[in-house]
Design a protein around this ligand. Structure first.
Ligand SMILES: [Cu+2]
Length: 161
């Protein structure tokens, strides 16, 4: 019977060097953008940390993500479209009256220059109304974001609980 091979330090060296390189690059980027400590290198508009709630066909689902505008000018998210639902809208949750939560459509949303706007449970979200097919964990939901300046941005949002 063979014993599992020991990993020699020499073989680990490239991995360690790569790790150090990543740290160094990361620090360098941080220094360049003092006003945006969480800034990630990029240009245009980026979408990150996305996820969609599972839902049965005909029901509603919600999606969340972070939208970052790397440009020096504000942009406007004018709408979101998707083949996954009858209707896809930008929504926000709000307190209707004491303790009562409601949600309403947001016709347009400004994404300020050099800023990130967060869609999250209890706040802004993508509302999928009348999901065409069951959305299940492991699926990807395709959506297209429409921006006044940037144009269209197609993204795939992973489904999870
Ligand atoms: Cu909603």
């Amino acid at each position: 019977m063979k014993r599992p091979e020991k990993i020699s330090p020499v073989r680990l060296l490239p991995a360690i060097l790569l790790f150090l390189a990543v740290i160094l690059v990361g620090c360098g980027a941080g220094d360049e953008s003092e006003e945006q400590p969480a800034a990630i290198d990029g240009e245009g508009i980026s979408v990150e940390g996305s996820w969609v709630r599972p839902a049965r066909a005909g029901r509603m689902s919600a999606g969340y993500f972070l939208i970052t505008n790397f440009e020096d000018v504000d942009d406007t998210l004018t709408g979101i479209s998707s083949g996954a639902a009858e209707l896809t809208e930008i929504h926000e949750s709000y307190e209707r009256e004491e303790g009562m939560m409601g949600m309403r459509e947001v016709p347009e949303l400004t994404i300020p220059a050099q800023s990130t706007v967060t869609f999250e449970p209890g706040g802004l979200h993508i509302m999928f109304i009348q999901v065409s097919q069951s959305i299940e964990e492991g699926d990807q939901v395709e959506v297209t974001l429409h921006f006044a300046n940037y144009g269209d941005l197609a993204v795939e949002l992973p489904v999870r609980q």
